[in-house]
Design a protein around this ligand. Sequence first.
Ligand SMILES: *[C@@H]1O[C@H](CO)[C@@H](O)[C@H](O)[C@H]1NC(C)=O
Ligand SMILES: *[C@@H]1O[C@H](CO)[C@@H](O)[C@H](O)[C@H]1NC(C)=O
Ligand SMILES: *[C@@H]1O[C@H](CO)[C@@H](O)[C@H](O)[C@H]1NC(C)=O
Ligand SMILES: *[C@@H]1O[C@H](CO)[C@@H](O)[C@H](O)[C@H]1NC(C)=O
Length: 403
Amino acid sequence: MFPLRLTVLLLYSCYTHLHPHAILGAPLTVRDISDELHKTTNQIITKYGYPCETHYITTEDGYILTVYRIPKRNPQPEGVKPQLPVLLVHGLFGSSADWVLLGPENALSFLLSDNNYDVWLINCRGTRYSMNHTTLDPESKPTMRRFWNYSWHEIGVYDIPATIDYILPLTQSKQIIHVGHSQGATSFAVMMSEKPEYNEKVIVHIAYAPAIFLCNIRNPLLKLPALSERTRLYTKLRALLGDFNAGPQLYLLAEIGKIICQVGSSLHAVCKNIVSSLFDMSMGQILPNLLPILLGHYPAGASTKQLVHYSQSIIHCDFRKYQEGPESSSKYNLSHIRVPIYAYSGNLDTIQVTKDTVKYGKKLIGGFRKLYVIRNFAHSDFVFGKDAKRLVYNSTINILNSL
Ligand SMILES: *[C@@H]1O[C@H](CO)[C@@H](O)[C@H](O)[C@H]1NC(C)=O
Ligand SMILES: *[C@@H]1O[C@H](CO)[C@@H](O)[C@H](O)[C@H]1NC(C)=O
Ligand SMILES: *[C@@H]1O[C@H](CO)[C@@H](O)[C@H](O)[C@H]1NC(C)=O
Ligand SMILES: *[C@@H]1O[C@H](CO)[C@@H](O)[C@H](O)[C@H]1NC(C)=O
C-alpha cells in the first residue's frame, strides 16, 4: 500500500513539476492554497506566474499607498484599439487581496489579465499595505490620532484621484475603467460628487453591491454600530480615544482560524457559519478551502471613522458628508456623476439590499446603464463567491470588451 502511494505521489509531483499549470489550473475546490494565509497580494500574484509591479503613490494629504499592478501579458497587437487600464477598488476591511484570493481562472484580477487588460489593485489608506504617511506615524501616540482621522470621504477625495492621476500618464491613457466593491463604490460616488472633473477620466464604473444608501440594511453586525451612534457611544469613545484602527491584523485569529476552518476539521461547519455572518456570504457560495485563508487577510485595516460615517448613512438614510458635531452635514451631489454605471446587487445581500441599490440608480441622471440582480448572492460573494466568475465577472468582462 505504502509504496504504491509513494509512487503515485512521486509521479504526481513530477507531473506537476513539469506542468505547473496542471495543478494551478485545478479547480479551486481541490487546489491546496493553505500557504496563501500569510502571503501578500503581490506574492499570490507571482505565485501563479503572473507579473506584478509595486507602486507607491503619495496623496495630496500625505498618505503613501501601495498599489499593485499586473501589467499587460502581451504587447498590444497592431491596429487593435488598446484596452484601457482597470482600477480595482476593495471594500471596507478588505484590501487588494480581495481581488486575487479566488485564484487564477476565477479571481477578477487574473481573468482581466488573461483578457490582456492592464490591472491595477489599490490598497486604500489604513489597510495593512498602505499604513504609511509622509509625516504621520500610524502606530505612535503623538501622530496616531491624526493618521486615523479619515473616512471613506478622504479615500474618495484623495486616494482614488491620486491613483488615477498616477496611472493615466504612466500608461499614456486618457481614461481608466473603475471597478468598485461596496466601499469601493462609495468612494467612487464621493470622488465624482466632490471632484466632477474626474468624470472625464473614467470611461465606465462597475459597481458591485455599491454602499451608497443603507436605509434597508439588515445585517445585525453593522446595525450595531449604528445603534451605538444613536446613543452617541462612538462619539464619546472618539472624544476619549481619538480615531484608531478598527481592523488591526489579528495574527492569533488567523492561526486559530487555520486550524478550525481547515477542510476536514470537526469545526469546519461552525467556521463556515461564522464566516457567512461576518463576511455576509451565502452558505452555498463559500469554498471550503478558502475559509482558513480569508481570516488571514481580514480585517486588513480601517479607521473607526469609516464605521461611524457608515453608521450616519444608516441613521439618516442618506448619502452625506461626515457629521462632526450636532449640525447636520451636507449631502453628496450624485447628479454630478456622468460616468455610465453598471451595477450588480445580490438578492441575499443583507448589507447593500437591492432596494437601496435601486435608490442609488434613481439619483443618477439617466439611472444605471444596467442593474444586474444576482440570485442567491450576498455581499462578499462578489469577491469570494464560488460562482462569481460565472454569474458576475463573465458579464463584466463582456461589458469591458465591448467598450
Ligand atoms: C514609509 O514611507 C517612507 C517614505 O516617505 C519610506 O522611507 C519608509 O520606508 C516607509 N515605511 C514603511 C514601513 O513602508
Ligand atoms: C479630523 O479632521 C477634521 C478635518 O478633516 C477636523 O475638522 C477634525 O477636527 C479632526 N478631528 C480630530 C479629532 O483631530
Ligand atoms: C447638484 O448638481 C447639479 C448638476 O451639477 C446641479 O444642477 C444642482 O443644483 C446640484 N444640487 C445641489 C443641491 O447643489
Ligand atoms: C461567458 O460569456 C461568454 C460570452 O462572451 C459565453 O459564451 C460563455 O458561455 C460564458 N461563460 C460562462 C461560464 O458563463
